[in-house]
Design a protein around this ligand. Sequence first.
Ligand code: UDP
Ligand code: MG
Length: 349
Amino acid sequence: MNDRQSGQTISIVVPLYNEQESVRLLYTRLSEALSRLKQAYELIFVDDGSRDQTPGILDEIYEKDSRVCIVRLRRNFGQAAALQAGFDFCQGDIIISMDGDLQHDPEDIPQFLNKMAEGYDIVSGWRVARKDPWLTRRLPSRVANWLMAKLSGIPLHDFGTTFKAYRPEIIQNIQLYGELHRFIPALASWSGATITEIPIKNAIREKGRSHYGLSRTVRVLLDLISIKFLLDYSTRPLHFFGLLSLLSLGPGTVIGFFLLYEKLFLRKEIMFEHGPLIFAAVLFFLAGIQFLSVGLIGEMLSRTYYESQKKPIYTLRETKSRRREAALRPEPKEAVPAAGRQPFERIGK
Ligand code: UDP
Ligand code: MG
């Protein structure tokens, strides 16, 4: 693909699950918005195992337009997996993900690009005036966003929307599980990505219906916990569980010694006089040992996790060195030891 203006190509990634009523209009509006930009682009429609007319309509569009790519999943894997499939497939210099139900307006795309041009790694959409139901959507999302901002330290207003722009090197380092696509900014912040947000329009879903209800809130909250843990402790689980363990073992030991003292020196019937305390000591002790064991197992798992997948425990911005130059320069002459073996003699020379 060749660009006429800035040399950058744009990849639009849209996950689609049973969106037969929206696809055609979506394609038209996307094409209109993008052709005005005079910039090379590709449209990646990910069919997440749709069982309606979506696949057929996508094929029609594909036949007409060479900028359209289709990624078809074998069954319905969910939005996160569909997005991941799209991200894995796309080749643009800037990736924009959005929903396929027309709740996101393609006319907002230039704004995303402008912000990206300022040098950010992620630009996130912010639904300033949300059009979703209050109790089942906006309220839980408010709470989740507030928690998310606090836990991740990224002051975004709206983690939930999938309308976002990314640089490919950021997104390629992230694997999406569960509902994790909501937390890409938090995950990316770990690798040092710069993140900002822009207001976007938010339309009511007119065709088809949402695939999610209130139950999603629970899943999002659970993911929140795992994110917090992954971000802060995935390379050092024992620091987390070890602290809990010490907090448990400490009181357990103190109480234990107290009881032992009462028993041995004061000859008290501790079973009768301090029943609840015995119970507490045992509980604290067991809990402490459990936490410790879980922490140690965690340490082993984290080593397997990082080493088996060759996952980096850091990310580089760049490296600089003069190694090549140094290698090309003639070696400075060194005094050769008069007798005896060379310190680094090559075997089999
Ligand atoms: N989607 C998907 N797979 C799924 C569920 C949803 O690819 O299992 C797509 C869906 O077609 C839409 C986007 O994800 O393009 C957002 O879905 P939806 O509108 O249902 O979510 P909401 O906007 O209500 O959060
Ligand atoms: Mg929607």
